[in-house]
Structure formats: C-alpha cells, structure tokens
Design a protein around this ligand. Structure first.
Ligand code: OFO
Length: 170
C-alpha cells in the first residue's frame, strides 16, 4: 500500500528538521573549535553524524514505501549564547522541540492509520528520550561547574571520548 500523501509530507518536513539539526551542531562545533574545547568539538561532530543518520533513516523509509522525497531549504542556524552552558541550554530546548515534531509525525501516522510508520517511528521516540537525557546530563554538569575552568577542562576530556555508532533504523 502506497504511503499516504499527508504522511509523506510529514516525513519530508521532519527530514528537513533533522538536517537543520545537523547544521545547528555544525555551527556549534565551529564555535567550540574557536574556543579550543576539542572534547566539545568531538561531541558536536558525533551529534552531527547522528542527525544525518536520523534524516537518512526517514529518507530511506519514504523511498521504501514508494513515496516521493522533497527536500526543503535548510534554515540558517543561530547561536543563542556563547558559553558552554548557554549552548547546552539551547541544545536541550532544540531537542525538546525536535521531540515535539517527532510526536507530530506520530500523530499524523495515527490519523492516517499507518501502522508501519507508527512502528518505524518508535525508534525515533526512544532516540529522543536518549538525546534529551544525554544533553540534560551535560547541561547539569555544566551548571555545577559554574566558573571552574579546571572542571570544564575535565568535562572537555570526557566529551572527547564520545564515539559515533551508526544506528540501525528500521
Ligand atoms: Fe535527530 O535528534 Fe536531535 O535533533
């Protein structure tokens, strides 16, 4: 059964949001590179790859369902602050927004009774829980750190350990 047009559009819009996320993290990566916080640079780099994988997962799914891909222009990302804590506050706010958009795609799947899409989207629902948890964890540490430069450098070392694992989205 071909994918419903409304469902297809919701996926295409979400693909755009995922690429916007990649773009936003790319901007943040450059910002941290300018601050010489290379662990944060690594964290952003992994995050960028994750966002690309999220977009590609939906892209492949639409094609597998016989749908049509439409790529929209990606908005210009802007930083809402400059310190690590401000950047991570922005990330948490952004990921909460993405969660609400994934919920919207789920709502459309519900509305058009697309059970395959509902099952596929479960992966994204769980992934958003993880994203918010990870980001919230770093943010809580940054809030504890305050002005302590030594503690910031040790967090930077910790973030340098993050590695990208290509997710299997199906
Ligand atoms: Fe794709 O999870 Fe972040 O935005």
């Amino acid at each position: 059964m071909a994918i419903d047009k409304k469902m297809e559009q919701a996926f295409n819009e979400q693909i755009n949001k995922e690429y916007y996320s990649e773009y936003l993290y790319m901007l943040m990566k450059a910002h941290f590179a300018e601050m010489n916080l290379n662990g944060f640079v690594n964290w952003m780099n992994v995050q960028m790859q994750e966002e690309k994988a999220h977009a590609e997962g939906m892209y492949d799914y639409v094609l597998r369902r016989g749908g049509h891909i439409e790529l929209y222009a990606i908005d210009k990302p802007e930083l809402k602050g400059s310190t690590p804590v401000e950047i991570f506050r922005q990330i948490l706010e952004h990921e909460e927004y993405v969660t609400s958009r994934i919920n919207h795609v789920m709502d459309v799947a519900d509305e058009v009774k697309d059970r395959a899409a509902l099952s596929f989207l479960n992966w994204y629902i769980k992934e958003q829980v993880e994203e918010e948890e990870n980001v919230g964890g770093v943010l809580a540490t940054l809030e504890l750190i305050g002005e302590d430069k030594q503690a910031l450098l040790s967090l930077d070392k910790e973030l340098a350990q993050r590695i990208f694992n290509q997710p299997v989205i199906e």
